[in-house]
Design a protein around this ligand. Structure first.
Ligand code: GA4
Length: 329
């Protein structure tokens, strides 16, 4: 059976950006993993928007439901129990505070390291608070799937851009040293007495290579287009969304742009999202790839290790332009 997938998804422009301007449909790219043009579609999407939807991904729907159920159970626990898994520093349970520099959001979350550190009391407590041992198991299986999805995306990019060796990018997220993490966000339903839109998660770019996001069928996610317009991403709980991160922007010398995104809590329903941030090993040297940009004079960024980028990122506020610290001149 050949499934016909629309090439592009329709997004609605935010009316409040320019109230005089009628909302016009904006289109975001869709990559169909079973399409023979998937590689071309991926590269085009990474260049033009830094964001795309993945369909026909073959991740079992039951796994998605299971993880969602387990996360829902955790967030439904009494506050005192959830707090035993916090504060997020950066891993563990966090509420309202995002990162160490005073950013606040209308959110509670769990942040887990893919190479889960057994000495971290917060991480252990996340799982101990839920009565079902299955939470840890589901998380492990889900992370493996997300590792597969992010490496598939990077493999397609490398092949389309003729990067040598072909496994150069996908290996960065496949090796056991890769520094990836999983975030489960719960945006509580909006207080009925308030009509103002709260910021769930303020605007930012993701520092890693790529992020793979999925949510329950709730609105709220917005991305910023190259012209600065914010657009709503229509929810689709059976698909994944891929976000280009700062590190992939550097490797491609700016050919791919890390996309600014944010979450507004503009619905009555609560929103649950899971994001896998696929990062390279801590010691990995990051610079524009010589096979794409042979002449170092053309490099827009200085070389840095992922560990250096991460520590610099943790000194910034969420909305800061972190790559500025590593631009040449
Ligand atoms: C943004 C992307 C991921 O959610 C995250 C975030 C991290 C955190 O919440 O601990 C950061 C943020 C994110 C970038 C700047 C720093 C670090 C909060 C913050 C203010 C887990 C990540 O890797 O970077």
């Amino acid at each position: 059976v050949v499934l016909l997938q629309p090439e592009l998804d329709t997004l609605n422009r935010q009316v409040d950006v320019n109230p005089k301007c009628k909302p016009s449909p904006v289109r975001i790219p869709v990559v169909n993993l079973t399409d023979q043009n998937a590689k071309t579609q991926t590269v085009k999407a990474c260049e033009e928007v830094g964001f795309f939807k993945v369909v026909n991904h073959r991740v079992r729907p039951e796994l998605l439901t299971q993880l969602e159920e387990e996360a829902t159970k955790f967030f439904a626990l009494p506050q005192s129990l959830k707090d035993k898994a916090g504060p997020a520093d950066p891993f563990g349970y966090g509420s309202k505070r995002i990162g160490p520099n005073g950013d606040i959001g209308w959110i509670e979350y769990i942040l887990l390291n893919a190479n889960s550190d057994p000495t971290s009391t917060q991480t252990a407590a996340v799982f101990h608070q839920t009565t079902h041992a299955s939470f840890r198991e589901v998380v492990e299986v889900y992370m493996e799937e997300m590792k597969g999805m992010s490496s598939k995306v990077l493999q397609m990019v490398a092949e389309e851009l003729k990067i040598e060796p072909k496994e150069k990018l996908s290996k960065l997220v496949k090796v056991k040293e890769s520094d990836s993490c999983l975030r489960m966000n719960h945006y509580p339903e909006k207080d009925e007495t308030s009509d103002k839109e709260e910021i769930g998660f303020g605007e930012h770019t993701d520092p890693q290579l790529v992020s793979v996001l999925r949510s329950n069928n709730t609105e709220g996610l917005q991305i910023c287009l190259k012209d600065g317009t914010w657009v709503d991403v229509p929810p689709d709980h059976s698909s994944f969304f891929v976000i280009v991160g700062d590190t992939l922007q550097v490797l491609t010398n700016g050919r791919f742009k890390s996309v600014k995104h944010r979450v507004l809590t503009n619905t009555k329903r609560s929103r649950l999202s899971m994001i896998y941030f696929a990062g390279p090993p801590l010691t990995e040297k990051i610079s524009p790839l010589p096979c794409l940009v042979p002449n170092q004079d053309d490099w827009l960024y200085k070389e840095f290790t992922w560990s250096q980028y991460k520590s610099a990122a943790y000194k910034t506020k969420l909305g800061d332009y972190r790559l500025g610290l590593f631009e040449k001149q």
